[in-house]
Each structure stands twice: as structure tokens, then as C-alpha cells.
Design a protein around this ligand. Sequence first.
Ligand code: KIV
Ligand code: NA
Length: 288
Amino acid sequence: ASKVSALSLNAKKRKGKKISMVTAYDYPSAVHVARAGIDVVLVGDSVAMVELGHETTQHVTLDAMIHHCESVKRGLEFAGSGSMLIGDMPFGSYEFDDTDVALRNAYRFVKEGGCDAIKLEGGSESRAKTARKIVDGGVAVLGHVGLTPQAISVIGGFRAQGRTAVKARQVLDDALRLQDAGCFAVVLECVPANVATAITETLEIPTIGIGAGGGTSGQVLVFHDMLGMLSHPHHEQFVPKFCKKYAQVGHAIQDGLSQFKAEVESGVFPGEEYSPYVMTEGEKEAFD
Ligand code: KIV
Ligand code: NA
């Protein structure tokens, strides 16, 4: 597969072709996403919630993020993938005024995690300065504005952003600052569709939406949410209302596990078919 890059994504926007992006957190999810030919694979800090069971994304460490990136990278390599791999910089790894800290941490995603680029949240003046520093250091940066979940304690909850004219203007300004700082694209999370469309038309770089309507340059969803990894016949899986469920993988997992339990208890498994190791007749006699 030809390699997806900042340049090829920009070309997609210019040609009016949509960009696909999905998260992956480990070897099997990476293999699946790569085999589907998804353009961009994001090792999201959503790993904190969907893989590690935390309430917010604030709890995943830099070391843990790198660990997940390494396994995703091996999955992409195994699949012979040309997808672009992006590592999500976690809460606390890039916010300091000393932008050297952010750059050093960004290099870890490239050198240890095998990433092609990093993502960071927010579009303030200071955040744009950090993005510029990282780009200047040679690492491509994906911005992220609108709902920025790492700032949950400031925002007060997972809710839509940019719903007034003034607030929408602020989201646009954030996106413009990130473009000026050299970001190659920007994620727009949970903003009204008309706002996301206007931002997309104003920016030269692509926008990748999540809960932002159909007017963006591309779409991103979280692997576990879109595939129903925790779906169950009798327990509701919480999935954000903007997320379409393309599968109910949890149902298949439950079917397999329940059958295994029943067959162990009834003695159907393993049976002759799954008991492959035998002694020669002579050894058997000596043993008996
Ligand atoms: O962590 C994540 O999964 C993300 C995407 C939703 C953009 O940041
Ligand atoms: Na994230």
C-alpha cells in the first residue's frame, strides 16, 4: 500500500476525497484497521477509557502510550500497511511553558513508538507555540480543537463546544492558530456541523471530524465504540450519540465464551478432535 502522509492527506482534501481515521491500541486492532485500508491510525489516549477502564483520558501515562504505540506499529508492519500512524500525546506531557519537554516527549513517539506524527489538544497561543516547536523539531503535528477531553476538569463534562456565535468563532480561531503553527491537519470534536463546515472551508489543511457532521475533510471514530466491543445481549454499552455502531463484536465474544463454558462443563470440549498429543503404543505400555 502506498504510504499515507501529511502531503497525501492534503491532496485528498484538495480533490474532495474523504479521509478515514480509526483508533487502535494493540496488535490485533492495528492489524484489523490496517487490513481495512483506513488512511490514518490513531493510538488515542482514549485507550485510558476503552482499554484501561478509567473514567477520563487524564490517567494514561506517557510510558503506557508508547507501549501501546509499539504494539500498534508491529500490527501495521505485519499487515504491510501504508496507513499513517499518529500517537496521542497524553495529559501532562506537553502543556508546560518549557516546550523542550513537549518536543522531547514527541521524539519518544517517533523513536520508540514508531509514529509518523503526534496529536495534541487545544489551540491557545501557548499550545500553538508548542505545536510550532514540535513541527520545527521535525515531527508532524495533528491538532485537536472543539471538545478537548483532557481538559475535562475545566470544561466540566463531555459536551458539545462552539454552540454560540462567539464560542464558534473561538473554535475557528483555535484551528487557525494551529494551522499557522504548522499543524498538517486538525481534529474537530463535538461541534455543530455548520461550524465544522465553516472551519473546513476556511482552513487549507484538512479537518477530521468526530461528532462534527459531514462537512469535514474526514471522519474519526473510536475502535471499541464503532465496533461494539462491549456490546452484550443483556447489558447496554455506552456509546456517544454521534458514534455509529458498525458491528456488535461483543456479542460474538460472548457467544464464544458461553459456548466454551458450556462445553467444558458438559465434557464436549476438548473431545478426541482437540486432544492431539499421543504416545507411541510402546511408550504407552511402559507408562501404564
Ligand atoms: O483519543 C482519541 O481516541 C481521540 C479521537 C477521538 C480523535 O482523540
Ligand atoms: Na485523544
